[in-house]
Ligand binder design. Sequence first.
Ligand SMILES: Cc1cc2nc3c(=O)[nH]c(=O)nc-3n(C[C@H](O)[C@H](O)[C@H](O)COP(=O)(O)OP(=O)(O)OC[C@H]3O[C@@H](n4cnc5c(N)ncnc54)[C@H](O)[C@@H]3O)c2cc1C
Length: 421
Amino acid sequence: MSSATHWDIIVVGGGPAGLSAAMVAAKRPGTRVLVFEREEAAGGIPRHCDHTGWGLRDLRWSYSGPSYARRLTKLAVDAGVHILTDTTVRKVESSGEDRIVHTVSPRGIQSYTASAVILATGCRESTRHSLLLPGKRPLGVFNTGTLQQFVHLKRIVPGTVAVVFGSEHVAFSAVMTLNKAGMKIAAMVEPDGYPHSFLPVSWSFERWYGFRLLLNCRIVNIHGNHRLTGITVEDTTTNRRTDLACDTLIVSGAFKPEITLAVESNLPIDPAADSVLADSFLHTERKGIFACGNVLHGAETGDIAALEGRWAGVQAGRYLDNRLSEPRRVRIECAAPIAWISPGNVIAPILDIPSFLYTMRVTRRIRNATVVARFGGETVWKKRYGTLTPHRRIAVPVHTWTLGADPGRNDMIRLSIEEAA
Ligand SMILES: Cc1cc2nc3c(=O)[nH]c(=O)nc-3n(C[C@H](O)[C@H](O)[C@H](O)COP(=O)(O)OP(=O)(O)OC[C@H]3O[C@@H](n4cnc5c(N)ncnc54)[C@H](O)[C@@H]3O)c2cc1C
């Protein structure tokens, strides 16, 4: 183990959230900021997501993924941030006022200390195994992330005909990548009766890329001894089974925050979102450790992750200035069919927090729903929605709430949905 090297702020993860946090933190005079990134280059998911639309809300420009990754990396480096790539952080510990960050890299096992640490480790898609997709285990079944790494980073065309499982935004990103690789898209398969992305997106993609979106369909078999030869899908409304010939199956979405490091470091986890538990300052329940981006919620868009990163960078700077007051955290408890809200804690009283910060998800599609927040017996917020759809961002304007009642020691904010009869 090398001798410890002290930094003011260490950021774990060099994606949009981590790079933005580091850039803002480094602008505080005299602040030394170090980013650890386990990949060979900083940039995160956008590095291999080669289509436009990145950076709209943070940089106010539409970048392609790779150019967005390069731009954020340059902004951070220009602000004085040091970036160490090929370096995986294994664990973060606390010792008095210091955080100790343990890493592994081609240089060996090393430890660094910092006054504050920001976790920005992102999220990942679920695998076919965690989604319990039955059948054989041939080559050719993988996630969108792997597909995009093959096509955009390694210039490998992984097959000829593909089926995409899932219909949220990233499934359509997979369609664009398959098309760019010159592959045919046989179908998109969605177990629910509606696409999880926006209707105009699914309609226009079906027509433009020439595939069928099979709603209410589940995969009941995966075929092929060595290489994938096809799948069988079942229409859950008619029980009719259809065989689809393909050599590639892309399992998209069902995002999970990348909390391996947080769990290893004994950070409190929000079991509902399977994410790091943080508050309105993106401060976790461990002093001096912050979190931002998709480690808080899988998955928000890159620009939201970047804005959260900037907010975390500002708060880490305030922490170094001893200006983060001892917080009075109030937990937000979600009742079904609300899946989760992130961040899971609110600082009371609610001060000046950004409008993009709080987001929630539901477990099923709900029409004519009223979302209600109650605290200490009072209704602090109420809003009616025409339709709420799973996997889509539902912004919660916590910045407008006033917590009138005095929070009792164990009092919580209760978030629930009233459905029209
Ligand atoms: C396949 C896929 C496609 C997507 N497509 C889009 C899209 O088209 N548009 C869009 O807006 N959003 C898209 N998203 C959502 C995307 O995750 C976010 O937009 C954005 O990348 C989130 O930024 P982040 O910094 O939180 O996480 P990431 O971009 O995932 O960055 C996290 C970084 O942390 C690093 N890391 C993790 N653990 C460690 C560790 N222990 N030590 C060191 N480094 C570590 C990772 O290598 C990674 O570089 C996509 C997501 C996926 C999974």
